[in-house]
Ligand binder design. Structure first.
Ligand code: URA
Length: 434
């Protein structure tokens, strides 16, 4: 069966509902490379503007899911649970969380994304560990879970390939913050890895794709709904993304901060989100029946060193150099540092995650175009967070940079991201949807 792609784009542009066979054709043809990017970008923008209704979204997600192989992990004798974030700035949660949960007895088959727009991606961060391979074949993916209890992979050629193709096109053409496109992107890749249950971290605020609570709740409900239709339990937790999470924004710097969490340290906001999501994962997996028990298990996994050991095991299994985990100063380091200082004293009332994320992107930590390479060593350390009291001249941020013209682009945004006044910040966790 064949359709006129131009007519389908025009119909979606005009707010019409596409039929199931039309949607399946678009996804299959685009994944096979038989539809040009410029037309697909136009369709995605029409979907961004007009949305997809319930049945359209179900078919769109299903077509993306079955655009490649779907793994069967049923032979692995442990509850399978994963976590996914809708995307944020400084959001390195998956890197400490997956080993912690695996150390508690769950299997964590995690398929993550690259940086998208101003947000960072777990896959880019992991690749700052020398040798770490995130592109795994389905057989390798399964074998790493069998060996270590977890895997930290990127969307690969044969698992949900439609998401791989559409994701980078959306990133380069401004159609990321669409509820149906985000929901189908996340669920297609999550369902492709034979998941038992999913905890979704829906980021809300300036640095998130969902800027307000109502839209974040709608995204959460949409994804929980797809999970129900596919028979996969999903719990969504809505967490703050007005300011960057933790202190580090970048790639190698975020690996270093993740290691701190696995050693029992790390910034309190990051630690709180990691444990909160970990509690949900252990409860969904049936390992804990109540939050306090889950918390105890996670704390024990960290204090015993078992969680850090899991990160070492998975790093070795995926070809990475475990020496950098023991000595994070071996991770790629930028050549220069520039300090942004407070121009007056008071309380920090805003550390704008969108501006910090965009500044990091301009330094080279993210991509302007889908074929761009990133620089794993650059980034920003946020030295003052919302609610902190600062004095004039105190460091608000440290910019790690390699290229002077990139620093010149990133500096004004980093400076304007900070507002100093007299009130304090917003809460970290807003609620949940089940
Ligand atoms: N995370 C994803 O996996 N996909 C999106 O579209 C946005 C965030």
């Amino acid at each position: 069966m064949s359709f006129s792609f131009r007519q389908l784009i025009e119909r979606k542009r005009d707010g019409e509902v596409l039929r199931a066979e039309e949607i399946r054709w678009i996804i299959a043809e685009y994944t096979a490379g038989r539809l040009p990017d410029y037309q697909m970008a136009a369709l995605l923008m029409a979907v961004f503007k007009e949305g997809l209704d319930g049945p359209e979204l179900e078919v769109w997600t299903d077509a993306m899911l079955y655009s490649g192989e779907v793994l069967d992990l049923s032979h692995i004798n442990a509850p399978k649970v994963d976590k996914h974030s809708t995307g944020g700035v400084g959001d390195k949660v998956s890197i400490p969380l997956a080993p912690m949960v695996a150390a508690c007895g769950a299997a964590v088959p995690m398929m993550s994304g690259r940086g998208l727009g101003h947000t960072g991606g777990t896959v880019d961060k992991l690749e700052s560990i020398p040798g770490f391979r995130t592109k795994l074949t389905p057989d390798e993916f399964v074998s790493v879970v069998e060996k270590t209890g977890l895997v930290l992979a990127g969307q690969s050629g044969s698992l949900a390939p439609a998401d791989g193709a559409i994701y980078s096109l959306r990133d380069a053409t401004g159609s990321v913050p669409s509820i149906p496109l985000i929901a189908s992107s996340i669920m297609s890749k999550k369902l492709a890895v034979g998941l038992g249950a999913l905890v979704l971290d829906v980021k809300v605020g300036r640095g998130a794709f969902m800027k307000d609570l109502d839209r974040a709740r709608l995204l959460a409900e949409t994804i929980v709904g797809i999970g129900k239709a596919q028979g996969t339990p999903v719990v969504a937790v809505l967490t703050d993304m007005n300011q960057p999470l933790g202190r580090m924004v970048g790639n190698a710097t975020e690996i270093a901060e993740s290691i701190e969490v696995l050693h029992g340290g790390g910034p309190p906001d990051l630690v709180e989100v990691v444990y909160r999501l970990g509690e949900e994962m252990l409860m969904l997996a049936g390992i804990s029946s109540e939050r306090a028990d889950a918390r105890r298990r996670l704390e024990q996994a960290v204090s015993s060193g078992a969680a850090f050991e899991k990160l070492q095991q998975v790093t070795v299994a995926q070809g990475g150099d475990p020496a950098v985990l023991l000595d994070p100063s071996l991770l790629p380091q930028a050549e220069n540092e520039h300090i942004v200082r407070a121009t007056k004293g008071g309380y920090v009332v805003r550390v704008d995650a969108f501006e910090i994320g965009t500044a990091a992107l301009r330094l080279g930590a993210g991509r302007e175009r889908k074929e761009d390479d990133i620089d794993p060593s650059v980034g920003i350390a946020v030295e003052a967070k919302t609610g902190d009291e600062v004095t004039a001249g105190q460091a608000l941020a440290r910019i790690f940079w390699n290229d002077g013209s990139r620093l010149a682009d990133a500096l004004p945004l980093t400076e304007s991201a900070f507002e100093i006044s007299e009130q304090r910040g917003s809460p970290l966790v807003y609620g949940e949807v089940r």
